[in-house]
Design a protein around this ligand. Structure first.
Ligand code: ADP
Length: 498
């Protein structure tokens, strides 16, 4: 009998579901868009009931596509957009407000108040996170302030709060399991990154009652059975936040292994081993806790990676489609000294300058659109080196032997080759381009006993192509040096006049 795994992928813009067999062949798939609500500039919300309904719909579609019944499933894995938070009524299951999405700025005033009260250092010490409105705790505080009577109801035990993993699991298990997974917990700004439990002192400062929060369990723990929803006693045995699932799906099980996702934004995650690694400018989080053993990670986000290609396409109209960038950039041997710094909304890790603005610099009469397009591709590569250098240059015993890459832009061979050249290490592109959902499904397989060990999982990860560095190191460093000078020029550009 073939054993099947269902993978649930609740993302920011879509809900997806996959069915794989135990050899990781995809046998079923379903996908549907999720409505984005923008109640005011900078705010993003999702309707939690739509999240649930859409997810159920795509799960059913994936099962139909695979031509199997829920009873044919051996286990379920789940990965989700992180940090997005909501509050709901324990009795009725009704959300008291929409889910406040990770990227939303609703709770900026909440965080500013906490920092003004002097909580910044405590938050960073306990959670590893630099206080920001991204993180769930500030969003829960915002909802409790927004909805009349919510604080009193939360204290009376009438309300529950959680991230998207918790919301889906509570519903799928017929409201029997109120739990969250530890990598998700590490992005809430409420969980102590060392004890892996809610930090009571922080909760006290935030005014968030502990009784409204779920139990935090390990990543391949028992998240309960979906019998109430699908009529079959199948258990959820693997859950990870999306970026951690990507790291897991790239088989980065050991300290020093990493993955870089080149999507609209870019995210570098590095397995930092069994201890928290404080690295300036790069955020430590929990990678996962599996069979009682915790792996930490460090993580850096680049606001504009593939987004730069979208800008070249939609705004400058230099290309028709993002993949065209490879052909155009390949028509010239270099940018001829041109740099494009895509600081459209400031610079993220490791520079952290909200006042920086984008620039194209170094142009001459001989500069053509080809040079500008190539400079756009190169910006993706230099930004990655910025983060890699920040992460590995701190005597922390973490060394980088190769970079595993995924995301929509890695089909671009020129990008991958340039990345290897500029970093001076091999860039490894796996066969499986869906690292995130595969990470969650493989973990669920480990949780349920389909797979016995990390070694067995590692054997499922296969290389498509290795890009070996092929550039003189002095030349690579000189090109990178020009990038650093260009970045310096963009800093502080939009700083308000004193
Ligand atoms: P996300 O899931 O973050 O929306 P994807 O992983 O699907 O993004 O990647 C899409 C992004 O990658 C887009 O921003 C697009 O501009 C960029 N992209 C897609 N293909 C290429 C390519 N061949 N070369 C460069 N960029 C690309």
């Amino acid at each position: 009998m073939t054993r099947y795994i269902l993978g649930i992928d609740e993302g920011t813009t879509s809900a997806r579901a996959f069915v794989i067999d135990e050899d990781t062949n995809v046998v079923g798939f379903g996908q549907a868009e999720l409505t984005q609500h923008y109640p005011q500039p900078g705010w993003i919300e999702h309707n939690p009931k739509e999240i649930l309904a859409t997810q159920l719909e795509v799960i059913r579609a994936a099962l139909r596509d695979a031509n199997i019944q829920p009873s044919d499933l051996s286990t379920i894995g789940l990965t989700n957009q992180r940090e997005t938070a909501l509050v709901w009524d324990k009795e009725t299951g009704e959300p008291i407000y929409n889910a406040v999405v990770w990227a939303s700025r609703h709770s900026t005033p909440v965080v500013e108040k906490w920092v003004a009260e002097g909580l910044g250092d405590l938050i960073q010490e306990r959670t590893g996170l630099i206080p920001d409105a991204y993180y769930s705790g500030s969003k829960i505080r915002w909802i409790l302030d927004k909805v009349p009577g919510a604080q009193a109801r939360a204290e009376a035990g009438e309300l529950l709060a959680g991230t998207i993993d918790t919301w889906l699991i509570w519903n799928l298990t017929g409201r029997t399991r109120f739990v969250t997974e530890v990598s998700n917990g590490s992005r809430t700004m409420m969980m102590n990154i060392n004890t892996l439990d809610w930090d009571d002192e922080l909760l006290g400062h935030y005014g968030i009652p502990r009784r409204m929060l779920p139990e935090i369990i390990e990543s391949n723990g028992d998240f309960g059975s979906v019998e109430a929803t699908f009529g079959s006693d199948v258990r959820i045995t693997g859950v990870l936040g999306d970026q951690q699932a990507g790291l897991f799906g790239q088989a980065a099980y050991r300290k020093g292994l990493s993955k870089m996702t080149y999507g609209t934004a870019g995210v570098l995650n590095i397995n930092s081993g069994s201890e928290v690694q404080p690295i300036p400018g790069i955020t430590p989080s929990v990678g996962w806790k599996v069979n009682g053993e915790v792996s930490y990670e460090v993580e850096g986000v680049l606001f504009s990676q593939g987004k730069t290609m979208q800008w070249l396409r939609d705004d400058l109209q230099l290309i028709h489609a993002a993949p065209d960038s490879e052909w155009y950039a390949g028509q010239v041997p270099s940018t001829d000294g041109v740099y494009l710094v895509p600081a459209f909304t400031g610079l993220a890790a490791p520079h952290w300058d909200p006042h920086a603005r984008a620039a194209i610099i170094g142009m001459s009469n001989a500069t053509s659109r080809l040079h500008v397009i190539r400079a756009g591709v190169e910006s993706m590569v230099y930004q990655t080196r910025d983060m890699v250098e920040a992460a590995y240059d701190h005597g922390n015993g973490v060394s980088l032997d190769e970079l595993r890459v995924d995301g929509g832009a890695v089909k671009n061979n020129l990008l991958c080759q340039l990345q290897a050249d500029i970093l001076g290490i091999p860039v490894v592109r796996p066969k499986n381009s869906e690292a995130t959902i595969f990470g969650a499904m493989l973990l669920a397989g480990l949780g349920s006993g389909i797979y016995a060990s990390f070694d067995e999982l590692e054997a499922k990860w296969a290389v498509d192509r290795v890009f070996e560095p092929d550039m003189d190191r002095a030349q690579a460093d000189e090109m990178y040096d020009g990038w650093l000078r260009a970045v310096e020029l963009t800093k502080g550009w939009a700083k308000p006049k004193a």
